[in-house]
Ligand binder design. Structure first.
Ligand SMILES: [Zn+2]
Length: 431
């Protein structure tokens, strides 16, 4: 299938192109301002030799490649400096959210069985550079529901109940066509939360005003020193087999193995309230598949060998590579918010998972080879941008870089090329 062969084939092409280009001429020095190399389809020119490159390979240590290390480790350690603040902030977030969940459950509002995704203190930081922004997923279990695709992405669905819902409480959220309305659910949830935040003692919590067209409920938690914002995402948890559009996705056999794939596909699916912007009339009744629980599971168990990054195993640089590219995108988005509006960290994360499949072995990601592995990953991402082709990792038919967003893709690929050619000046510009 397309999705299965895509990245691999692209990888081969990438290698061929690289060989054809030969080695780069840039060996650092002054950053070049948007010259020819930084525009169009110019190949990244690097100090590293081009021939016989294998990800994580050890062939090109020494010689000119060693002349100028990129100091990416330094960038990473800078990033981890913010960690203490994060744990402080997440403590406050947990406190507020726990209170809210208890209160929401206790009411007769249709949300009696709501809980937080993952037991305990699940939270995900939205940005590496922003320790004060969080996402929290609130989950409603649903026993059986019918999914009808609402477009050709295979990611967006209308939801209806086959029979009378067991969850009688949910019937109040059906619209006139019998579809479960994300809008109605969010409006009701928002109302409850707005009332309940007033009862939270010790911490000042408010609900941010609704932005037009945005389904998110955003909490603002104020402390003497900081303002924390928490996006609450409403999700349905459905314990049934994954829809057909996911059949050829999650191609992790080469990387994590067949057995792991089977296990992961036995986990429930999640559907998040998400407006499909392609719809002509926005009715607020579309839901999008979410795989964040699977993504998290793969991140936590990312080795082709079980002990990867555990105390008794070898360390790899996969997570560091992802962190660096996420950070690079964040910094570029801060600099060019308008131009890069269409690109988000999910693009980077998706390209990361594809890279894990292209380079499936732990030896492809040796800790010591961070710079080399990061460049490979980055170049793969560049090819995705240049080709406007980045299949959703779980739904291969769904291209996350459609031609509509070509301008953004081109812009980002130029910026990344520039960074790559000039030894990532943006990493040095403040934190
Ligand atoms: Zn590892």
């Amino acid at each position: 299938m397309e999705g299965a062969g895509g990245p691999g084939e692209r990888r081969q092409r990438a290698v061929r192109r690289r060989k054809a280009t030969g080695r780069g001429s840039s060996t650092g020095g002054e950053p070049r301002e948007g010259g020819p190399a930084a525009t169009g389809r110019g190949r990244p020119a690097r100090a590293a030799p081009a021939g016989g490159r294998r990800p994580g390979g050890s062939a090109e240590r020494g010689g000119e490649a060693a002349a100028a290390p990129l100091r990416l480790r330094g960038v990473l350690s800078q990033l981890s400096l913010g960690r203490r603040d994060v744990s402080e902030a997440s403590g406050l977030v947990n406190q507020a959210v726990s209170h809210l969940i208890q209160a929401i459950r206790g009411r007769d509002g249709g949300f009696g069985s709501i809980s937080r995704l993952g037991a305990g203190s699940y939270y995900e930081r939205v940005k590496i550079s922003e320790p004060n922004e969080f996402d929290i997923m609130l989950v409603m279990p649903v026993t059986r529901i019918q999914l009808d695709e609402c477009d050709d992405t295979g990611a967006y669905y209308y939801l209806t109940f086959k029979r009378n819902p067991k969850e009688k409480c949910l019937s109040r959220f059906l619209d006139e066509d019998g579809k479960l309305s994300a809008d109605k659910m969010l409006t009701a949830l928002r109302k409850i939360i707005k009332e309940e935040v007033k009862n939270i003692k010790d911490v000042e919590v408010t609900v941010k005003r609704k932005k037009a067209g945005s389904p998110a409920i955003t909490l603002l938690i104020k402390t003497s020193s900081a303002e924390i914002s928490v996006d609450i995402i409403l999700a349905l948890e459905v314990q049934q087999s994954w829809p057909p559009s996911t059949q050829d996705g999650l191609n992790i056999e080469r990387w994590l193995g067949r057995k792991v794939r089977r296990e992961l596909r036995n986990k429930p699916i999640y559907l998040v309230a998400k407006q499909n912007k392609k719809e002509k009339v926005l009715r607020g009744n579309t839901w999008r598949l979410s795989f964040s629980h699977i993504e998290k599971a793969m991140m936590n168990n990312h080795g082709s060998i079980k002990t990867c990054c555990e105390t008794d195993g070898a360390k790899c640089c996969r997570k560091d590579c992802l962190k660096l590219l996420k950070y690079l995108l964040e910094k570029l988005k801060m600099k060019y918010p308008k131009e890069l509006e269409k690109i988000c960290s999910y693009h980077v994360k998706t390209a990361f998972f594809h890279s894990c499949v292209i380079w499936p072995n732990d030896t492809d990601w040796q800790y010591e080879n961070l710079e080399h592995c990061f460049q490979n990953y980055l170049e793969y991402f560049l090819h995705c941008l240049q080709d406007c082709q980045l299949p959703h990792f779980f739904i291969p038919q769904y291209n996350l870089l459609s031609l509509d967003d070509k301008a953004s893709s081109n812009f980002l690929s130029r910026q990344i090329n520039y960074q790559l050619n000039n030894r990532f000046p943006i990493f040095q510009q403040g934190y």
